[in-house]
Design a protein. Sequence first.
Length: 487
Amino acid sequence: MNKPVLPADVEFDSYGPLYAARKQVYPQSVSGTFRRIKWGLMAFCLGVYYLLPFVRWNRGLGAPSQAVLVDLPNSRFYFFFIELWPQEVYYFTGLLIVAAITLFLMNSVGGRIWCGYLCPQTVWTDLFYAVERMVEGDRRERMRKSAARGRLKLERFAELTLKHSIWLLIAWWTGGAWVLYFNDAPTLVRQLATFQAPMLAYIWIAILTATTYLLAGFMREQVCVYMCPWPRIQAALTDEWALNVTYKYDRGEKRTSLKKASELRALGQTAGDCIDCYQCVAVCPTGIDIRDGAQLDCIQCGLCIDACDTVMKKIGREPRLIGYDNDINIQRRQAGKPPIYRIVRPRTIVYSAMIAGVGAIMLYALLTRSLLDVNVLHDRNPVAVRLSDGSIRNAYTVRFLNKRAFDRVVAIDIDGPNNAIVHVVGTDSVTPDRPMIVLGRDTTTELRVLVTAPSEDNPEKSVPVKFRVTDIGLGEVASATDNFVSP
């Protein structure tokens, strides 16, 4: 029998609680090279996301004119001149493989540059931070106002109302833009405005509005630190040559104030360039101190580089005390050797080759794919029937795919059973020995096909049968194989 344990008998870890309470982060605005890069990429990403559904693309009469469209009712995906059917889902598999390897390549070159510049969580959080600064002010003002939370004046209430209203508006349009990829955008916008859109559209807009508002407005760096698996994966994929946002301690240490550093240098003693201004901490969107070394919380956005460069410029010292670097170069500089950078190395070559290989295979398959396809399914019960004259009949369900934007006439031929006759149920052909049917444009046509052959000419129990479909006008050919069996 187990002995009960009383709470008073439990020994707690002296290091503190298992879960640390969240510390509110108030990133300070900063200007510089990496901040401008982030602004540019943010504008590009948001512009593509919000405006792409409204881009038109002429695909001919009766076809959707939206450049990028996920047409669920008709099971189609349109991307400019590319039209993909459900049977071509392998293109999405290839695209996911390319995306994953590209992420690995980015990591091997510049660490978490995806997280710092292109991740949707980063982009929308940056946008929400910009709104917050515009309404409430910069870091010190926001900290002061948060500290005075108990004395909520009318002006403060108005600020909070305005901020959250803008956040909700951005989040609402984010959810609204997403559903526009699944229907004709101008039509759906008009339906949404007049409350005539499908209820499913309103539900998804509400879900995406709530998630955007919560993730970008409140959870922010918590998503990157706790929810996202990529920091853990990235740590396993990186190597010693990857360039990460790094504090160059060989140059920065020993830290001291600007005045104290001048005094130490005058006495011939060593003093680092870091003056402990904490600007790198103040601008960090996750609130870490990059001088503590590599950390899981760092998204490597480069804002600490801009902040440090600004300080170095003011005090007349060389910039890039913080920069994209690695420990190998720090050790080389400490040994009096020049830094070296190996962007091109076996790891990056292999990743690039894999991306090029998979991309080339996808491109070749896309350019050479047939726009006419056929699939055959043999009847299972019964698999074969013996007619009164002794001949054998097999029945098949044949599905024809016409991926072109116009009707076409196709002829059906078979190879396999000797002296076989083909009959398409429900259609009359002017050439009974070679049935011809009309396939509608951009459709799937399913027909029942009967194949009859004399038993004396086909003594084997089972022979392969090949259905060959030929476009009479264009000469395109598609085929599928099954079996012709005897009862």
